[in-house]
Design a protein around this ligand. Structure first.
Ligand code: IVH
Length: 700
């Protein structure tokens, strides 16, 4: 894989995974199976491991789930609710243990005890008990902010309203809300009879039942709960994972019946095989086994990477498979003109779930599989609805291959695939109605401007009738109040509500506004990075304008090969943008957008319609090294490098590999050489490992 291919693939994966995260976590409506999802995440990780410098600011390896939305109140978690890293093979489990040993610098004969328990397919929930009483129940949401489901949780029999005498003053029990397979089937049968919503699987049924505005609905649903951990606590009743879990059980909260501790890998893997063997007979869906380091002092030292703790691992089961016929390949057109093929299948039951669609990703995937409509295919799914095609069972070299469209099915413009790209894109740009509608939809979507009451149906019908053509028109809709009121199903109050919702978004946060523009490669995380750094639209665009000049006036050196010039120009552009995590691809995309006169016009029109992105107000964290750049050098004696780096990052510091004028602090162990000398020359403050440990201890 070339670097350009890797970058393109990482971009595609970031977008695709974010999309599936939203469908799964926010909408409870997944379109692909868990196994497919895991495959995407794995592929992303593999490519990131091969090309670490291409890791994107919006990389899926950095985020958990999707921010919640809907009518329930949002609550910030006292401690983030994390996700788990996945393993699919015995080797990966052995690697996990080896990593822990290295990180903690354990001797070879020091046993690492791990707990093991089934991974239930439900949704995680945090139960906060203060002075013994349940005061808050919250869903995970994006890991930082969840939804308040307290009244709903109170209806679940497994969740005690009070903990017994002797429980700590403050204790957050975390665990899984789930529905048994039998209860799920019975619920769907009742729903079908009553003409209600049919759930895709027990997990969706549990999520849909818990996240209800009216707790009476939840009460009528057969939800269960089991604990698998904890969040903020005033005191821990034991110093091992198992000890704390048994204490929680003693307070009357159910745990998994299968929960054991192992110090050797062989019996641990035998436990996994045993659970896998009885999987079909268990009364609830599980999708793997979770391992956790038993010693809590080690858990604390191991800490977390991005979205998941270093001390836990989900060992997943392989996916389920079936055969069916590929009936048709539909082409969908996205916001950036990307043509995405979707496989329509003859309905088939896979592990008890009816499957009708499969993802095909892109033209290469179709070519790799060699599938055409009419072929028999083997498909795979694990937990959810749209699976993946594994293989074509009726390959026939004589029949012509599937012809990927070279014209957009929506607007008829030419569809092209640029060099080094995996996707075919419609070149229609703003001529293409599909792209224009998708852009408008993106502009108002939840994670962009979040204009309530302006959903896809409305965007499409307003667009069709000429009420909306570009984002600025949204902020001019009040001029068309009369035309709106006259529309079918739009009463005066709903029009007023919509106009008020629009008015409420005239000063959008800078990061949301940037994200809303739908600039290629500028996802939510990159938009946030840019907004945090520049803090105002004018400061940001001033920098971009300078960078546009740098790029436009860049001169090749005499006799220099084109590739070299491009590299130097990219480096100059990246330097001009001056934003950590932003590489040439993202920087160039940003400049391309602002260089394009049409985009300038669109922006000018948005501002003329009375929109003013709000400045970012600075957030501060409390530590002497927050926002500072640190360098570690020499031998560290009590910590591994990884642990030291993790500590620094947890305090909001950046760790660099070399000393420069930008270095704020050097931590030098014995044997430090050139970096220490350089720091002394530059007058950089220097401390030793003991000084560092004292600094970290002082922040606890
Ligand atoms: S531990 C910090 N244990 O799986 C670790 N999670 O894929 C937090 N899950 O968000 C999770 N069974 O909702 C843990 N025995 C178990 C679990 C479990 C199911 C869920 C949980 C978590 C997700 C991660």
């Amino acid at each position: 894989m070339t670097e350009a291919e890797a970058a393109a693939e990482l971009e595609r994966l970031a977008q695709e995974i974010a999309h599936h995260n939203r469908l799964y976590h926010r909408d409870d409506a997944p379109e692909i199976s868990d196994a497919d999802y895991d495959a995407l995440v794995c592929r992303n990780q593999d490519i990131e491991a091969q090309f670490p410098h291409l890791v994107r600011p919006d990389s899926p390896s950095r985020a958990v789930g999707a921010a919640p939305e809907g009518p329930l109140a949002k609550v910030r978690h006292a401690l983030p609710m994390l996700s788990l890293d996945n393993a699919f093979s015995d080797d990966e489990v052995a690697d996990f243990v080896a990593r822990i040993r290295r990180f903690l610098r354990l001797g070879d004969d020091e046993p690492v005890a791990l707990t093991a328990e089934p991974k239930i397919d439900g949704l995680s929930c945090s139960l906060r008990y203060e002075k013994g009483a349940l005061v808050l129940a919250a869903t995970r949401g994006d890991g930082t902010t969840g939804e308040d489901v307290t009244p709903n949780a109170r209806t679940i029999a497994d969740i005690p309203p009070r903990l017994p005498e002797g429980a700590p003053d403050l204790f957050e029990i975390r665990g899984e809300v789930y529905m048994s397979k039998a209860d799920f089937a019975a619920l769907n049968a009742r729903q079908a009879e009553a003409g209600g919503k049919i759930f895709a699987n027990p997990r969706n049924a549990a999520a849909g039942s818990l996240r209800q505005k009216d707790a009476a609905v939840t009460r009528a649903r057969p939800l269960r709960f089991y604990a698998h951990g904890w969040g903020e606590v005033s005191q821990l009743p034991a110093d091992t994972q198992l000890g704390v879990m048994r204490a929680i059980e003693g307070w009357g909260v159910p745990l998994s019946k299968d929960l054991e501790v192992f110090t050797d890998i062989a019996p641990l893997l035998a436990f996994y095989r045993g659970i896998e063997a009885k999987r079909a007979d268990l009364p609830f869906d599980i999708d793997g086994v979770v391992y956790k380091v038993d010693r809590l002092d080690w858990q604390r030292r191991l800490g977390q990477v991005a979205r998941a703790p270093r001390w836990a691992l989900a060992h997943k089961f392989p996916a389920e498979r079936a055969e069916t016929t590929l009936e048709a390949i539909d082409i969908q057109v996205g916001r950036t003109g990307k043509l995405t093929p979707v496989a329509r299948l003859t309905p088939v039951s896979v592990g008890g779930v009816t499957v009708t669609n499969a993802t095909l990703h892109n033209a290469d995937e179709i070519a790799r599989l060699g599938v055409r409509p009419g072929d028999r295919v083997r498909i795979q799914r694990a937990g959810d609805v749209i699976p993946q095609i594994l293989e074509n069972l009726t390959p026939d070299a004589d029949r012509p291959a599937y012809d990927f469209p070279d014209h957009c099915p929506q607007c008829g413009s030419e569809a092209v695939r640029d060099e080094g790209e995996v996707d075919v894109r419609c070149t229609g740009g703003l001529v293409c109605p599909a792209q224009r509608v998708e852009r408008l939809r993106h502009f108002v979507s939840r994670h962009a401007l979040d204009i309530e009451g302006l959903g896809l149906v409305h965007i499409e019908s307003f667009f069709r009738d000429g009420l909306l053509e570009s984002p600025a028109d949204i902020f001019r809709l009040h001029e068309k109040r009369e035309a709106l009121v006259g529309r079918e199903r739009w009463a005066e109050t709903s029009v007023e509500n919509l106009l008020a919702a629009i008015d409420a978004k005239r000063q959008p946060p800078l990061d949301r506004f940037l994200f809303a523009l739908g600039i290629r490669h500028i996802g939510e995380v990159t938009a946030r990075d840019l907004a945090r750094l520049y803090r105002s639209w004018s400061a940001l665009t001033a920098t971009i304008d300078r960078a546009v000049d740098v790029r436009a006036t860049f001169e090749p050196a005499l006799g220099e090969p084109e590739k070299k010039t491009r590299q130097r120009r990219d480096a100059a552009v990246v330097a001009a943008i001056e934003t950590p995590n932003i590489g040439p691809e993202v920087a160039n995309a940003l400049l391309d957008f602002f260089e394009e006169p049409h985009n300038r016009e669109v922006l000018a029109a948005i501002f003329a319609a009375g929109v003013e992105p709000a400045d970012v107000v600075w957030e501060t964290k409390d530590s002497p090294v927050t926002g500072k750049t640190l360098v570690f050098t020499g031998t560290l004696e009590t910590l591994s490098r990884d642990e030291a780096k993790a500590q620094a990052e947890a305090l909001g510091a950046k760790v660099a590999g070399s000393v420069s004028a930008k270095t704020d602090l050097l931590i030098a162990g014995p044997g430090a050489g050139s970096k220490l000398r350089k720091a002394q020359e530059l007058g950089v403050e220097t401390i030793d490992e003991a000084g560092w440990n004292a600094l970290v201890a002082g922040t606890r």
